[in-house]
Design a protein around this ligand. Structure first.
Ligand SMILES: *[C@@H]1O[C@H](CO)[C@@H](O)[C@H](O)[C@H]1NC(C)=O
Ligand SMILES: [Zn+2]
Length: 446
């Protein structure tokens, strides 16, 4: 269809141009300020320090972070709980240092990259025309480190003075289990001296406009089942063969896995609320120079599982099923079921989970602060994987997982991990509210 420009059409073209101009004006008025530009620069600088495994540059990262701490006027301490793995602690003493303090945690290290799979080099922190900053660690979790620091810098500049001491920890080793990082820190005398009352640690991006918050981690356990039995010729049908018994166990566990998975598929439970059991290895057979001896039924076999358990679950029921149905001694089977890290209960015997109701006064302060910042919180969740928060929860210290990223795809550990500049900047504001509220939380409340 041809378009004839009548005078009316010209008027609407002029109107359209005016509208565009207004839009342009509007977008420039919400443009990034000088301060915000400096905050983005800082984020990019931190992202350009390669702290990905297998050889994270901890020295460069801690020197960068401590110089930032220094410029804000924070106290700085570096601990070496393990050689070559520094843990940096920055502190802002409160006016009443006898009160339990708050701890803001993030990890320095990140997971490895396959640079060829990235659209921008993973340590260049390239910012594209949409404001997306591409780098390993941009979501997990270097954004937090810079957001904490910039929130503290802003609070300092505003003349704020905290009642409770504020500590910021930058820990190594999280992505490889935390044994030499947060685990050592949490059991150290230095940690006890901090008298930590509440911890904020990493969470996860939210694809919606509601922030996500995590009150527990699903914890990793290992299950190893072994079966023994009479060996026999490959042609014989007989009872008591080790692998026959092992296969029955494998099938029973597979059915249990299906049932748990069905709860997720049917939308009855979140994947972090069920027990996941995934097969990791199977070990059996009699090796021969060309593979396996094919006419022998072996006298032993073994299978290993990765089991993830929500701390709200009683692991005792798994043991009962193993004892009675899956791997009974009466069928020549034995098993080991053990945690790889903290157990499901804290040192006081309570589930390794932080209350998200009135029973936890910190929760209310946190929730109100997020709302005051103009944010919305979705229903608190259990994290399907693990974070360093579990090591603090072990001491009965309430800890929430929170990464203020709304309308953001979940890209942790993925190629092209990125975070939008405006989302990053908004996070600083959110932390200003949260940190000032938590550190002003009066005595006798906790
Ligand atoms: C247990 O193993 C023994 C030999 O080691 C075998 O004779 C017996 O049948 C096995 N029992 C069962 C229930 O499989
Ligand atoms: Zn992380």
């Amino acid at each position: 269809m041809a378009i004839q420009l009548s005078s009316g059409g010209q008027r609407s073209t002029t109107l359209l141009l005016l509208l565009l101009l207004l839009l342009l004006l509007f977008s420039t008025s919400s443009a990034i300020t000088e301060l915000e530009q400096a905050q983005i620069d800082l984020f990019q600088q931190y992202l350009r320090i390669n702290t990905a495994h297998p050889s994270p540059d901890y020295a460069a990262a801690t020197s960068f972070l401590s110089s930032q701490g220094h410029s804000i006027g924070l106290r700085s301490q570096t601990f070496f709980f393990s050689p070559n793995k520094p843990l940096l602690l920055l502190s802002w003493p409160g006016s009443d240092p006898s009160l339990p303090s708050i701890l803001l945690n993030s990890h320095i290290d990140s997971v490895p990259v396959e640079p060829s799979k990235w659209s921008h080099p993973p340590f260049a922190a390239h910012r594209d025309p949409h404001g997306r900053i591409f780098a390993r660690g941009s979501q997990d979790d270097k954004c937090l480190a810079v957001q904490y620091l910039e929130a503290l810098r802003a609070l300092k500049a505003s003349g704020f003075s905290p009642l409770r001491s504020i500590h910021v920890s930058f820990v190594p080793d999280e992505e490889i289990g935390g044994a030499d990082g947060a685990a050592r820190f949490a059991e150290s005398d230095e940690f006890k001296e901090l008298n930590v009352g509440f911890v904020l640690d990493e969470g996860q991006a939210s694809p919606t406009d509601e922030f996500r918050v995590f009150y527990a981690d699903r914890l990793p356990w290992s299950l190893i089942v072994k079966a023994v039995g009479s060996p026999g010729h490959g042609s014989r049908l007989y009872d008591g063969a080790a692998l026959e018994n092992l296969m029955e166990c494998v099938e029973a566990i597979a059915r249990f896995r299906d049932n748990q998975f069905d709860l997720v598929k049917e939308g009855l439970r979140a994947s972090s609320e069920v027990i996941s059991v995934n097969t990791i290895y199977m070990k059996a057979g009699i090796p021969s120079p060309t593979g396996f001896v094919m006419n022998m039924q072996p006298s032993e076999g073994e299978v290993g599982y990765d089991v993830r358990v929500p701390p709200t679950v009683d692991i005792g029921f798994l043991r009962t099923r193993l004892d009675e149905e899956w791997a009974p001694v009466t069928r020549n089977m034995t098993y080991e079921l053990f945690p790889r890290g903290p157990k499901l209960r804290d040192n006081g015997g309570r589930p390794l989970a932080t209350a998200t109701d009135e029973s936890n006064p910190w929760w209310s302060v946190f929730e109100k602060a997020v709302i005051a910042s103009g944010g919305k919180l979705s229903k608190p969740e259990i994290l399907a994987s693990t974070t360093d928060a579990r090591f603090m929860r072990q001491w009965g210290i309430p800890a929430l997982g929170f990464s203020p990223m709304t309308n953001t795809p979940i890209l942790l550990h993925e190629h092209n991990e990125h975070l939008k500049d405006t989302v990053f900047l908004k996070g600083i504001k959110v932390y200003e509210h949260i940190i000032s509220a938590l550190s002003s939380f009066p005595a006798n409340s906790s």
